[in-house]
Design a protein. Structure first.
Length: 118
């Protein structure tokens, strides 16, 4: 019984690592542009477009969303404005798993958001 419990704990503890292993880094701007060009990034309540000229447009929970972006040193760097609020300039690590892009703030050290390519 003790062996079964230890095995179960080991499997459960490794589940987040296994889920993370499916995501691969998007390493360069050309690859990122090819992924998002002409497509929408979506998640519950949010729909965004990352435009080739450096703009971000869309809607989030009924509010207009806008901003600017650039690719810098292997990171997606952006500002966002929504409603009367906004997010300051932040460089994010981008990972890909199929049609899902994961944006991890603070150069991969912060919170993340998964958006589906549509």
């Amino acid at each position: 019984m003790k062996t079964l419990i230890i095995s179960l704990v080991a499997v459960l503890a490794s589940a987040p690592l296994q889920a993370m292993a499916e995501f691969q880094p998007v390493r360069d701007e050309a690859t990122f542009r090819a992924l998002v060009e002409g497509r929408e990034l979506a998640r519950f309540g949010v729909r965004l477009e990352v435009l080739p000229q450096g703009q971000i447009t869309g809607r989030g929970f009924g509010m207009r969303v806008g901003g600017m972006w650039e690719w810098r040193d292997g990171y997606f760097c952006r500002t966002l404005e929504f409603g009367s609020s906004g997010d300051p300039y932040n460089c994010q690590l981008v990972l890909r798993d199929g049609n899902t892009l994961r944006f991890i703030s603070d150069q991969g050290q912060g919170d993340y958001a998964d958006l589906r390519l549509r």
